[in-house]
Design a protein around this ligand. Sequence first.
Ligand code: BGC
Length: 544
Amino acid sequence: MESDALWYKDAVIYEVHVRGFYDADGDGAGEFRGLTLKLDYLADLGVSAIWLLPFYPSPLRDDGYDIADYGNIHQAYGTLDDFRMFLEEAHRRGLRVITELVLNHTSDQHPWFQEARSSRTNPRRDWYVWSDTPDRYKQARIIFTDTELSNWAWDPVSKSYYWHRFFNHQPDLNYDNPAVREAMWEVMKFWFAMGVDGMRLDAVPYLVEREGTSCENLAETHEVLRDLRQRVDAEFSGKMLLAEANQWPRDVREYFGNGDQCHMAFHFPLMPRMFMAIKLEDRKPIVDILERTPEIPASCQWGTFLRNHDELTLEMVTDEERDYMYDEFARERRAKLNLGIRRRLAPLMEGDRRRIELMNGLLMSLPGSPILYYGDEIGMGDNIYLGDRNGVRTPMQWNGGWNAGFSSADPEQLYSPIISNPIYGYQAVNVESQRRFDHSLLSWMKRLIRLRKSTRVFGRGAIELLAPENHRVLAYVRSLGSERILVVANLSSQAQAAELDLRRWKGAIPIEMFGGNLFPPIGDAPYLLTLGPYQFYWFRLRRL
Ligand code: BGC
């Protein structure tokens, strides 16, 4: 594996839930042994890092984001030895591993909370946030609006209220308590020392609470991060911290600090705007948000994504934009969840291969390291009739046989039903059938990932937006050193022509990257390109 400490800048990350990938022991749910058996698939796909959803002991009331023990593996997913084996096998294939650090809250089943609630004088009492009234921190919004009415929950044992930003069974830890910070550092050390390469810091804006504020993005929270980063840097090298901060770009910017907090942060506001742009058939939403995206320190990187294990969140859009997104992408009431839409990429694109390719083509060429959600590389569907976000967490579809090749268990025993409708069902959408054809989505995704990785421009280069008169066309130049890549994308459902002002690169020859074919050299005249519906080009600009 390359030893470059900035590996995350060139990474293509694959997000996967160990439970949903491959069930090797036939009990109806995936486990580390199963995931290990599928590492060749991921290596062949071409991704360079795997981000795992939480796999720790947990009552699984929030699919593992409710942790009951930070130092072990949920028995349904295997043992620590299975995890070590998985890590070693991933590394052997050059794949890095990113795990979840759920530092804002624990499960109410965690022994820390059990002790803390046992009496008001317990030494662990101060590890959580307590109050005699539910009236404190009134300005903090509720995140899981479909299930929670308050951020305070009544604890009948110690007869007081505890603070929780997510489900009421997920009490928030108290980061004003140095013992909590020490405990979380011990957790980080344990996994990093084992060889984990990076951690996604779940729900990181909410660590610290202060009266009279929104209790998000507080200076004290950033102080906690700076402290953890310093410790990571002092003891380890080449590790990466990824902030999950669903905030506006200027607020997310703070999570990079001066390169002394997180290495990466998700670009939440860009994501819904990519969907808006393709619906509006207009580049404006993407251009606007890129223009509002501040510069970040050289060692830092955005994490970009189209879909993930949660609902497609619409927190970072205006009310009008949210209404528009619901109208266009969630006409069925059941598709909505909290402030978002619980659908996968392919159904959001109405199964349209051209739009799926275009969205991925943008994802892989815009600034940042792209994160793919398992199953989206074959265009898997979802099931909005399952509760919460479970409809986008169904078993991976490996083939058209028994349980989609995911498990040998009885179908009734599976942790979740498999998608089986005629359009996205496993008989139609699965890895094995797509492997057979060069033109399947899977084969195309492999080519896209390979091209993306053929250069460092996409991960490390600058972006310059072009402004062709035709606003249905998005065009930008990525550049690093003397390398230039021109991206031109037709966001509309109809053929378009665009004239690009490329005079600065006069004399260069655009080479279309998928086919390697030469296009006419750039001269003084506006460079004319025609594009079919939802078509996009990546051109290397080669000077003669
Ligand atoms: C995760 C969710 C989880 C929540 C609470 C999030 O940001 O992505 O899946 O429910 O944190 O831990």
